[in-house]
Design a protein around this ligand. Sequence first.
Ligand SMILES: Cc1ncc(COP(=O)(O)O)c(C=O)c1O
Length: 451
Amino acid sequence: MSTIDRTRLATLTAREQAAFAARTPRSAAAYAAAGALFGRVPMTWMNKTAAGYPVYAAGARGARVTDVDGHEYADFCLGDTGAMAGHSPAPVVAAVTRRLAEAGGATTMLPTEDAAAVGAELSRRFGLPLWSFALTATDANRWAIRLLRAVTGRPRILVNSYCYHGSVDESLIVVGPDGRPRSREGNVGAPCDVTLTSRVAEFNDLDGLDRELAHGDVAAVLMEPALTNIGIVLPEPGYLDGVRELTRRHGTFLINDETHTFSAGPGGATAAWGLQPDVVTIGKAIGGGIPIGAYGLSASLAAALTDRPDLDLVDMGGVGGTLAGNPVSLAATRATLEEVLTDAAFPQMIAVAAAFEDGIRKIIERYRLPWSVSRLGARVEYRFAAPAPRTGTESAACADPELEDFLHLYLVNRGILLTPFHNMALMCPQTSTDDVTRHHEIFDAALGELT
Ligand SMILES: Cc1ncc(COP(=O)(O)O)c(C=O)c1O
């Protein structure tokens, strides 16, 4: 097995940082001029870059991004799934233009007819009959868990260790090294000790889940059918069936967060694997780049909610936002679902992702690196451990930020964007096998220099 020489890694990273600075003077100037922004960026997480400052985008279309210095990138980040439909897909541009420029009325507090069409299409895909909208997946999760706490009268939410569901307070809990639950690193400004609101179990651990649910105080399990924000941790055979059986046995609702696992197919992992959650939450890609979140409820859950006159679901109900369900978001989402991320679009995206996975695996094997690669439909990620981790905690333990920084920089300097928070590559309808080949040539050269 090859090992990474850390001195060589540091030298190569410094060289790539210098190369980045030399090729991106306008990005550097834009960053320097952004003194009115907290952290110099529109959102502080945009400082997550090995280069010292971000690439400033000039434009993006399909699977391509251009920056303000005139470089073009093959984009495998795709807005960390927000642009899985490709950048500015023509049907979405047309629908948004119709709604915003021709019809007018971006925010009216009145429904538009697109909303019911989107609800019906999400129902067809995910199997849940009744839908409501938010502006982000984070809010869809927040609102779903509030409803489930209300309807069960139970105080806690259970999540998987090292999950990510957005900045949802209840989800920022992990299993600590001593096996006990604790607040996740980075849980800034927590409103209270997260162990008071939440329980946690490892992904792929049914005994742990059973033990935690047996307390009888968990309103809902909020989970991704495959963990996607700590590598891709795939479910072992029988695990998801076991989760459904245990949640039913313990009277706990099950929420599938399909925001990223939507890469598995037109109805996400829920449809691809025949799952039966009580609630599906989703956001990002369904809006074709325009903000939206959505949550779908089972008929029995919806009935249980509406049968409770004490729950204020119309006025100050603890769920909702003034711009949620706005006409622009819904026009964009309708166009994305009906014309871009259609049933017919996925096989091609998944085939390109399979080629990406296959090529990465061969390169890793050729360099005899103890790494693994996982794929969920159109989404691929490699991890610095083999075999592939089977829990979030195992996957977190093999993170290697220095190595990741080097690979990201090496790729960005040669025209390839990966998601800054992962070694994740996502395929949109326009991603080509030529893009994959180009990525692999550069990845191969990076490992050639490193090992
Ligand atoms: C599974 C999952 N759910 C929810 C979210 C939150 O999405 P947003 O940041 O768009 O609210 C994310 C973001 O990465 C996610 O990965």
